[in-house]
Design a protein around this ligand. Structure first.
Ligand SMILES: O=C(O)CCC(=O)C(=O)O
Length: 298
């Protein structure tokens, strides 16, 4: 669906200028969009998971742990697939306020693709190198977008999400390394083509929301502060965006389910090419593990 068609659909939570800003620049940032009631509910569940992680010594399907993680000093990189882990997380991701936001930017028919909670732990939580998302999970068009919720106040020291405005309308980069293995980050050789001087660092008070299009060049620095930076991320797509190749989340419950409007009868195809990722059915760890070159996916 073109931006003009999406704009014909009455908005639920965004103003016309905000919707147009997203289409032009490829991102949005909304201060305090998610209210305290929701944040309190999300934290009650998240604290339980952090406690549960103390009993783990290695990353698994649920927890992605930093190498230094211990029971006494938990260091989580990511809670995988939160929507499938708990009813509160499911309600938030499939029926919560961010779904209205997705609908305003995608049109009436919306699919859920996947979710994750990136913690970026205090005192050195890892960077996310510059990358674009769609090469990880190609779709027949470039409607997919990711909505992030900062569950704590986030400032410059904490490794906020950085985006390169307008890069969603520019080149898609190769995310393979020189050895032909998937790295999941833009190669140093290509970084001069990225307008790093234009980066917008998206920070803000607890409950602030980031939105970025799947072609947007984005990344984040390590967290040098003494506070963690939990960012709850959900990816949605227009229902007419069909996933190509064995998907990273094909076997995860609820992935690719239509959560607003109707399933599409016709797939929409964007003529611009997309990089083909590795065969994820053979295994996937996480963007952190890949970029830090631990256990590369086959
Ligand atoms: O957590 C972040 O700062 C960025 C996350 C991200 O880009 C990703 O998981 O693809």
């Amino acid at each position: 669906m073109t931006p003009e068609k999406v704009l014909e659909h009455p908005a639920k939570v965004l103003g016309d200028a905000q919707r147009r800003f997203y289409f032009e620049h490829g991102y949005l940032h909304l201060d305090g969009f998610v209210g305290s009631d929701w944040l309190d509910r999300l934290w009650a569940v998240t604290d339980r998971f952090i406690d549960e992680s103390r009993r783990r010594t290695a990353s698994d399907d649920v927890f992605d742990l930093e190498p230094a993680h211990t029971a006494d000093n938990p260091r989580l990189r990511r809670l995988n697939h939160p929507v499938t882990q708990d009813p509160v997380l499911e309600e938030f991701g499939l029926r919560g306020p961010i779904v209205d936001l997705a609908e305003d930017l995608l049109g009436p028919n919306v699919k859920f693709h996947h979710s994750k909670l990136n913690f970026k732990w205090a005192d050195g939580g890892e960077e996310v190198k510059w990358h674009q998302d769609i090469q990880f999970w190609p779709h027949s068009n470039y409607s997919p977008l990711t909505i992030g919720v900062y569950m704590e106040d986030v400032d410059d020291e904490m490794g906020p999400m950085g985006v390169i405005p307008g890069s969603h309308n520019e080149e898609l980069f190769d995310l393979y390394g020189d050895d032909g293995q998937w790295v999941g980050a833009i190669h140093d050789r290509d970084l001069p083509k990225v307008r790093l001087g234009d980066v917008a660092w998206l920070k803000g008070p607890r409950g602030s929301v980031t939105v970025h299009n799947c072609r947007m060049v984005h990344g984040s620095m390590p967290n040098e502060s003494s506070r963690s930076r939990p960012l709850l991320l959900h990816t949605y797509a227009a229902a007419d965006a069909v996933t190509l190749f064995p998907g990273i989340v094909d076997n995860i419950a609820l992935s690719n389910s239509v959560i607003r409007g109707e399933a599409a009868r016709w797939a929409e195809f964007d003529p611009r090419p997309c990089l083909i990722p590795p065969d994820w059915s053979k295994g996937y760890t996480s963007i952190f593990a890949l970029q830090q070159e631990e256990e590369k996916a086959a």
